[in-house]
Design a protein around this ligand. Sequence first.
Ligand SMILES: Cc1cc2nc3c(=O)[nH]c(=O)nc-3n(C[C@H](O)[C@H](O)[C@H](O)COP(=O)(O)O)c2cc1C
Length: 268
Amino acid sequence: MSGDRTVLGLVGSPNKEGLTNQLVSAALESAAQAGAAVELVQMSDYVVNACRDCLPWVCLKNLKCTYEDENFEILSQKILNCGGLVLGTPVYWMDTSAMVRYLFLKMFRVFAMSRPLMGLPAFGIAIAGGTGNGLAFGLRPVYHFFQVMQMRALEPVPATRFDLDQAVNRAKELGHEIAGMTGKRHSFDSWEECLLWYDRLPYIGSNRAAERRLLAAITSEAVPEGRKSDIDGDLARADVLAASGRSLDSMTEISKVVNSSSKILSEK
Ligand SMILES: Cc1cc2nc3c(=O)[nH]c(=O)nc-3n(C[C@H](O)[C@H](O)[C@H](O)COP(=O)(O)O)c2cc1C
């Protein structure tokens, strides 16, 4: 139902009270304050089975998994019928959790050809709650899912434990924004427009060096004023090295900043 005003929040972590839940809940609270109906779903209550590749490929016509999978049926119906989607995943080895991937793969198989989610407003949150590595890479599969489905994605929220408060605030801002987009679809005029829309979104096209640079900025920013002088490495120098083509030296400098900042923050 494309006219639905409910913002659906999916928590893709097995830890129901963890940081993913905190971020998705913040987005939904804000959406509710902005007048939307909201529903939070713990994906760990509905873990989807692996796609078994039905041959012949009939699920794309039946719009239903060929095999018994009640959890997929429940989750996919909630997604198909919502008016806006907030999808949160923990970052596991620079990727999403497995339960999030299983859902995407089955959604692709059943719905990618008919695209019933076209124009649905959505945004993704990835929480790299350990070292912070993967804060951007973890968002990629989420936005790949949105893009294949031609959903109208808002900016992603990369989050770490070092900038959690800012990430929560960003999730709230986007929760407010998505609430105002429910009730109708925001489809692209063409496939090309959709591709360019996704190319313009921040973070998801980051390479490893850019992601590490982002993490260095976040960790060094989180270091208390009185300890800033203890940070080893210099981001301005790293940028100069990168600009002059000395990528390895730049990356080494960036790592010094990340490692020394993380060490200081772990002492707090
Ligand atoms: C299998 C596994 C892999 C992980 N990989 C990463 C990682 O690549 N980067 C990172 O910053 N944290 C990593 N973590 C830490 C989680 O991102 C962190 O615990 C996060 O808070 C989990 O979300 P939750 O609190 O909602 O459960 C990993 C945790 C697990 C269990």
